[in-house]
Write a protein that binds this ligand. Structure first.
Ligand code: KE4
Length: 430
């Protein structure tokens, strides 16, 4: 494959955009090489500006569950565009999409739309703080919830559970109320509750973590988390920006039984357009402006074109819920094939699947938390990523991301990717 045009494009982009990209992970920093610049999507494929075609397992980091240029989503967007791009006033489509989400998520009675997952999480944290009148909240190392200041934290010093900024530009004052616990470790959560002087407003977790690789939480751990929140009067926030409509039609709640208080959503509900959302029961949402005192706003929140895209996408998924069984079967077949490829050359690999989400680590031990994930052979992952790209398979460009199957990822594409994995690993271990 030739990447000449992408190499030139990357240099040009670098002159006017930091790192040449508008979101850091896209720069291929952790896998090496030049990020390919995309010309267009075609169903389950991406085509780059050099004309190379790839089976797309990234799908814009989750949103494109129906694949690229889905006819129904496209016509809904075009119809909406012809009426205008934005009004800054209520539209019926917002109510329609909100109704779909309320119908699908038992724990959501009312929902507010925003323009990104970051905004959804930032607003949910504020809502929980305002509702409980407490400032501290708990997050888990390895979970990513967007780039709002109080969520950019890393483990503090020593035994302290209080986070310190993980990025320059984030004042310590803005992370001193963020406590860090270990995923799947309930004792670490209890410690946070004990160390919080003012009390915990919320515990936020990805119930199916997709930002340290795919690492689902143990059901028993989530049950204990629910009980702890109830005991202390803290709100449990499930960040389903990624897992919502990806693990099942109801996200985690379609495959697990623990009920959160607040849910954050994004990605699939915009079908590729900028949409985030957060929702919970009415008595909590009543605290949100303009009903209540907790402020939250957005010029393009509930944008009618984005709403039309999301509504068409959700309606299509809702009309065909059995598609999730097919998505999961294909994800399992892909991971089975990757595991066969690794076993054939004596390379350790662990894999996992939840609905249309899949993940694999070059590691010989089960991954239950971020420290486990960090033990994977990310150098081998980088080389594998490059080989697969050459063979026309577009995987997430980091060991700490999740892969996705779309409704237009066919069995043939799955087998093609498995063959590419086999030859790539043979070449890498020869
Ligand atoms: P956005 O602000 O990027 O729309 O959403 C933030 C977010 C919140 N919560 C979860 C569980 C998420 O996965 C995300 C964003 N996911 C990453 C992919 N791991 C977006 C890709 C990127 O940062 O470019």
């Amino acid at each position: 494959m030739s990447y000449n045009k992408s190499e030139v494009a990357f240099k040009e982009a670098y002159e006017v955009i930091p790192g040449g990209v508008d979101s850091p992970v896209r720069a291929f920093s952790s896998v090496g090489g030049t990020p390919v610049f995309i010309e267009r999507g075609e169903g389950g494929y991406l085509v780059d500006i050099d004309g190379n075609k790839y089976i797309d397992f990234v799908q814009s980091w989750g949103p494109l569950i129906l694949g690229h240029c889905d006819a129904d989503v496209e016509s809904a967007v075009i119809e909406a565009v012809k009426k205008g791009l934005s009004f800054g006033a209520p539209t019926l489509t917002e109510t329609d999409l909100a109704t779909e989400i309320v119908d699908m998520f038992d724990s959501i009675e009312k929902v507010r739309f925003v323009s990104s997952g970051t905004e959804a999480v930032m607003s949910a944290i504020r809502l929980a703080r305002g509702y409980t009148k407490r400032d501290d909240f708990i997050k888990f190392t390895g979970c990513y919830h967007g780039h709002a200041d109080s969520l950019l934290v890393q483990a503090g010093s020593g035994m302290a559970t209080f986070g310190s900024p993980s990025s320059p530009g984030v004042p310590a004052d803005l992370t001193k109320h963020t406590l860090l616990a270990t995923y799947n470790d309930i004792e670490s959560v209890k410690k946070c509750f004990e160390q919080s002087e003012g009390g915990i407003s919320s515990v936020i977790i990805e119930p199916i973590a997709g930002n340290m690789g795919l690492v689902p939480a143990d059901e028993e751990f989530l049950e204990e988390l629910r009980a702890l929140c109830d005991e202390h009067g803290a709100l449990l926030i499930f960040d389903e920006v990624m897992s919502g409509f990806r693990a099942s039609l109801k996200g985690y709640q379609g495959v697990g039984s623990v009920k959160p208080d607040i849910v954050t959503l994004g990605k699939v509900i915009g079908a590729g357009m900028p949409v985030g959302a957060f929702g919970t029961r009415k008595e909590i949402m009543a605290e949100l402006s303009p009903e209540g005192p907790i402020y939250q706003a957005g010029t393009l929140s509930g944008n009618p074109v984005a709403m039309a895209a999301g509504l068409a996408s959700l309606k299509k998924l809702k009309s065909n819920p059995e598609i999730y069984a097919t998505l999961e079967r294909r994800a399992k077949r892909l991971m089975e094939g990757f595991k066969e490829a690794a076993d054939a050359v004596g390379v350790p690999m662990v894999t996992d699947v939840r609905g249309s989400m899949f993940g694999f680590f070059f590691s010989d031990k089960p991954v239950k938390n971020f420290d486990d994930a960090l033990e994977n052979d990310s150098e081998l992952f980088g080389k594998f990523h490059g080989k697969m790209l050459e063979k026309g398979v577009y995987l997430a460009c980091s060991s700490y991301e999740t892969g996705f199957i779309s409704t237009v990822t066919t069995d043939e594409m799955i087998e093609e990717a498995i063959l590419a994995a086999k030859t790539s690993l043979q070449e890498l271990t020869a």
